[in-house]
Design a protein around this ligand. Structure first.
Ligand SMILES: CNc1ncnc2c1ncn2[C@@H]1O[C@H](/C=C/CNC(=O)c2cc(-c3ccc(F)cc3)cc(O)c2O)[C@H](F)[C@H]1O
Ligand SMILES: [Mg+2]
Length: 214
């Protein structure tokens, strides 16, 4: 039987990147997606916006919803301050298997904890099982109709503090209309849209950055 796209993406990393060099892993994936096969990574254009938010927040503790192949996991992980941690949630075992290898190849396994399972079940366990107090940064990039319920779950579980930052991918394409309406209308958030393009295309897309006001 043939390989899957994530497996071919991993092969491209192993072939074209240098072990322990996160930037080379990012470049190898972007080259693969530009010239070989499109894949739903946040990509290089929106990735620069993601980088700037990670650097600005300099999170001690970050959460990613939807690892997929680990592209944004590596983008975030490489910019974390010493001692900081990124927890990334992925419920597809085949994607998790590829992502672990991508994260390890980048040399970020000490900074990143990939937890396999559905966010709806794992978020309520974050405090007791992973010793989390609150998240300084949350990157949302999983099923688009789960952004809003999971944001409410994070609030209910006391995992956000005054100043926690939510950064959401794909708020235009494929779109997350209910999430966008919520963070833009709720008095508990200060929201800002960063216009960009859908990864590896000229289609409009963007990131929404929302500060939780407590
Ligand atoms: C629901 N709870 C979950 N818990 C853990 N892992 C999860 C959960 N839900 C999904 N996952 C995991 O998170 C990932 C899901 C990513 C979904 N992303 C997209 O659909 C997505 C789509 C496009 C896109 C745009 C235009 C077009 F023409 C075609 C596609 C662009 C993008 O940047 C995207 O991020 C993974 F696959 C799934 O197992
Ligand atoms: Mg996305």
């Amino acid at each position: 039987t043939g390989s899957t796209r994530p497996q071919r993406l991993l092969k491209a990393v192993q072939k074209n990147a240098s072990r322990g060099d996160p930037q080379s892993v990012i470049s190898a994936i972007d080259r693969f997606c530009h010239s070989s096969e499109w894949a739903m990574n946040v990509g290089d254009e929106k990735g620069v916006i993601l980088d700037s938010v990670v650097c600005e927040v300099s999170p001690g503790c970050a959460l990613e919803l939807g690892t997929y192949c680990g592209y944004s996991t590596v983008r975030i992980g490489r910019l974390l301050p010493p001692g900081a941690k990124l927890i990334t949630l992925e419920f597809n075992p085949d994607y998790a298997k590829v992502a672990r290898q991508v994260i390890d190849f980048a040399g970020l396994q000490e900074k990143v904890l990939l937890v396999e399972g559905p966010s709806g079940d794992l978020i309520p366990k974050m405090k007791e099982q992973y010793g989390i107090t609150t998240f300084d940064l949350v990157f949302l990039d999983h099923w688009k109709d789960r952004y809003l319920p999971d944001t409410k779950l994070l609030e209910e579980c006391g995992l956000l503090r005054k100043g926690s930052i939510l950064l959401a991918d794909n708020v235009i394409c494929p779109g997350t209309p209910d999430y966008l309406a919520y963070v833009r209308s709720s008095p508990r958030y200060e929201s800002k849209y960063f216009k960009s393009h859908l990864e590896y295309t000229k289609v409009e897309d963007g990131l929404e950055k929302s500060i939780f006001l407590g």
